[in-house]
Design a protein around this ligand. Structure first.
Ligand code: DO4
Ligand code: MG
Length: 275
């Protein structure tokens, strides 16, 4: 089942059918530990509906914080070691890749998040910007993973590479995060073969494309959640981006007007423009 948020209501996609949900507030709905069972048992009282149109769909976020894990794929470790080498910070990425404790950082508050078909931003003081396509967990206040969405962890590689202590500036700014298009509601883990695909189009032409699979994700989602929830409470639950396994070549930087498409087949495609 997939769950979509719009300005007026929420919608449930079950197979080929769509239903309009009740007036439960989004924060209340997505904080439920029994989200799958609740939606399944509610379908009979929901009205069948047309699918929400792409311009009606909002980011699937209410008042949750968005956190992110880093250096969870070998490709990310490699790229970061290279970009931070001359600043003497390369070693930290190697160490965190191998350590028991993951890198976790606060990525965004809701007002910094955009939804499908909205514009993500590149920083005006950055010269080297990339999207990071990441499987994103929906986690309830009790720490249960109840769903998955797609996240784009927009990043300024030159700022982070200059000094790893600049990470919050490289990662957290207005419209630095995109989420959507829906939540795949499922308490079951996604298969290790699940593909993540990134495509960047410039003037309608493919400028970069790359893929990875969850098999290359070094850490278990449940272990990331375990660390995130240690001595840390999330009254409305939270979203956790699980890291990138796709990094465009070093010569690539995003430009205004680029279109970023991130596909994770069981969830869908998140499309954003840069502007
Ligand atoms: O260490 C910096 C951030 C890493 C990150 O965002 C990622 O690996 O996806
Ligand atoms: Mg990332």
């Amino acid at each position: 089942m997939k769950l979509y948020r719009t300005a007026v209501s929420y919608f449930v996609e079950d197979g080929t059918r769509f239903y309009r949900g009740d007036d439960t507030a989004w924060d209340v709905l997505i904080a439920r530990d029994d989200l799958t069972e609740f939606l399944q048992s509610s379908l009979s009282r929901f009205s069948p509906a047309a699918p929400p149109s792409p311009n009606e769909i909002r980011a699937p976020i209410g008042s949750q914080e968005v956190w992110a894990a880093g250096v969870t794929y070998y490709r990310s470790r490699d790229a970061r070691m290279e970009e931070a080498k001359s600043a003497g910070g390369g070693d930290f990425y190697d160490r965190v890749y191998a350590a028991a404790r993951p890198e976790l950082f606060m990525k965004a508050t809701p007002h910094r998040v955009v939804g499908p078909n909205q514009k993500v931003a590149i920083r005006s003081d950055a010269k080297w910007s990339v999207p990071e396509p990441e499987l994103t967990l929906l986690i309830t206040p009790s720490g249960k993973i109840t769903g998955y969405t797609i996240g784009n962890d927009m990043s300024s590689r030159d700022i982070e590479g200059e000094n790893p202590l600049y990470l919050p500036q490289a990662k957290v700014y207005d419209r630095s995060c995109a989420l959507g298009p829906c939540i795949l509601v499922s308490a079951a883990a996604l298969s290790r073969e699940t593909e993540i695909r990134l495509e960047i189009l410039r003037s309608g032409k493919m400028e970069f494309s790359g893929t990875t699979t969850l098999d290359a994700l070094k850490r278990e989602p449940a272990s990331l959640v375990d660390y995130l929830y240690r001595n840390n409470s999330f009254p409305s639950g939270c979203f956790l981006l699980t890291g990138t396994g796709i990094v465009p070549p070093d010569a690539f930087t995003l430009q205004a007007g680029d279109e970023i498409r991130i596909t994770i087949p069981p969830i869908g495609t998140l499309i954003n423009q840069v502007g």
